[in-house]
Each structure stands twice: as structure tokens, then as C-alpha cells.
Write a protein that binds this ligand. Structure first.
Ligand SMILES: Nc1ncnc2c1ncn2[C@@H]1O[C@H](COP(=O)(O)OP(=O)(O)OP(=O)(O)O)[C@@H](O)[C@H]1O
Ligand SMILES: [Mg+2]
Length: 194
């Protein structure tokens, strides 16, 4: 059976500094949704940049193109009923506006608001150390700007909450959003097989 219009999903777009916790939170949410039988797909900036977007660097036009491609993939997957979790720095208002414009009403902006001092202390990939030494150019928060979102759908403060608490807040956001979209409620929450 191929329904005329597949159930709409959602795109949870996690933005924040490197080391803020985007990938960690995306993984935890994916795990919880999987346990509930809800179709979820994580689009992680690192994965995308190592393959689909390996031709792109970190100039402003390349960052735009990086986000444009991710947003189109997210839109495709969400249009098939998936909850798509994007974990990508997405440093500027203009790149986030581009993503929102491509995804449309299924877009939810989540600001992973971790102070740069905390991110730098974590430095899970050693990137801050490299950026401070000058070995890494155009590094967001150090030598390139991060513009804070002005009206995100949700803010997660990872320096003040646990991963479990953050996951619960995201589940609440998803549930509220799905329940408020009456045409999508039943089908989006159903397990997906594709
Ligand atoms: N409450 C928390 N929520 C999320 N991450 C946390 C929290 N407390 C500590 N961390 C740690 O912070 C680090 C976050 O790294 P992570 O790779 O998720 O960041 P990121 O935002 O994806 O960075 P990048 O943009 O470089 O990919 C992990 O080592 C994680 O274990
Ligand atoms: Mg990451």
C-alpha cells in the first residue's frame, strides 16, 4: 500500500558550538525514540562532512552549501515520517534561516547553549586546542563567529542539566509538536518500517 501523502515527520535541528553536546544529545534521543519504535534518523555534521559534503570547507559560502544539502536530506527523510535529528554547528542566523526555509513547518530549532568555556574544557576532539594554537583556521567561537539563536523552539543548557534531562525535554517538544498537528498525530508516532 502506498498512501498518497506519507505522514509528516519532524526535523529537530540542534545548533551550538563545537563540544556543546549536539552529537551526544542526538544519539541519546535516537536511542529513546528507537526504544519507542519511532522512526528516527540522525544527520551528524561530522558524518555529512566526511562524505556527502567532503568537497566543502568552512568559508561562508561553503557553510551555506553544507547546511543547504543537510536541510534537503532532512526534508526528504522527514517527509517520509521520520524524526530527523540534525547535529550541526549552523553558526549564523542566515544558515539557520536557510535550513528553516527548506524544511518548512516541520523545522524545530534547538539551541544547545553551552558556554564556550565549558566546551573548551571538554574539547572532546582537541579542536579548541588546535584553534587556539592557530593550527585550525575559521573555528567557530574562536576565530569565527557564532550568532546565538534569537527565538529557538527549545534551549538546552548542558552545563546545568544531564543528558537524560535534555532527552526528556526533547521528547516533550516532539510530543507536543506532534500532538498539536492533528493530521499527523497517529501516523507519526507509529513505528515506521522504511
Ligand atoms: N549534559 C550534557 N549533555 C551533552 N553532552 C555532555 C553533557 N555533559 C557532558 N557532555 C559531554 O560533552 C561532550 C560533547 O561532545 P559532542 O561531540 O556531543 O559535541 P558536539 O556539539 O557534537 O560538537 P561538534 O560540533 O564538534 O561535533 C561529550 O563528551 C559529552 O559526553
Ligand atoms: Mg558533533
Amino acid at each position: 500500500m502506498y498512501p498518497d501523502s506519507p505522514p509528516p515527520g519532524l526535523v529537530i535541528w540542534l545548533t551550538g558550538l563545537s563540544g556543546a553536546g549536539k552529537s551526544t544529545i542526538a544519539g541519546a534521543l535516537n536511542h529513546e525514540l528507537g526504544k519507542a519504535g519511532i522512526g528516527c534518523f540522525v544527520l551528524d555534521g561530522d558524518d555529512i562532512r566526511s562524505g556527502l559534503n567532503s568537497d566543502l570547507g568552512f568559508s561562508a559560502p561553503d557553510r551555506m552549501e553544507n547546511v543547504r544539502r543537510i536541510a534537503h536530506v532532512a526534508r526528504l527523510l522527514s517527509s517520509r515520517g521520520q524524526v530527523v535529528v540534525v547535529a550541526a554547528i549552523t553558526p549564523s542566523q542566515v544558515t539557520r534561516a536557510l535550513a528553516k526555509g527548506i524544511v518548512g513547518q516541520m523545522f524545530r530549532e534547538v539551541f544547545v547553549d553551552t558556554p564556550i568555556a565549558v566546551c573548551e574544557a571538554r574539547d572532546p576532539k582537541g579542536l579548541y586546542r588546535k584553534a587556539r594554537s592557530g593550527a585550525l583556521k575559521a573555528f567557530t567561537g574562536v576565530s569565527d563567529i557564532y550568532e546565538r539563536p534569537t527565538s529557538p523552539d527549545l534551549v538546552l543548557c548542558t552545563h546545568a542539566s544531564s543528558i537524560a534531562e535534555e532527552t526528556q525535554k526533547l521528547l516533550a517538544l516532539i510530543s507536543v509538536q506532534i500532538n498539536s498537528d492533528t493530521s499527523a498525530s497517529a501516523s507519526t508516532l507509529s513505528p515506521t518500517s522504511d
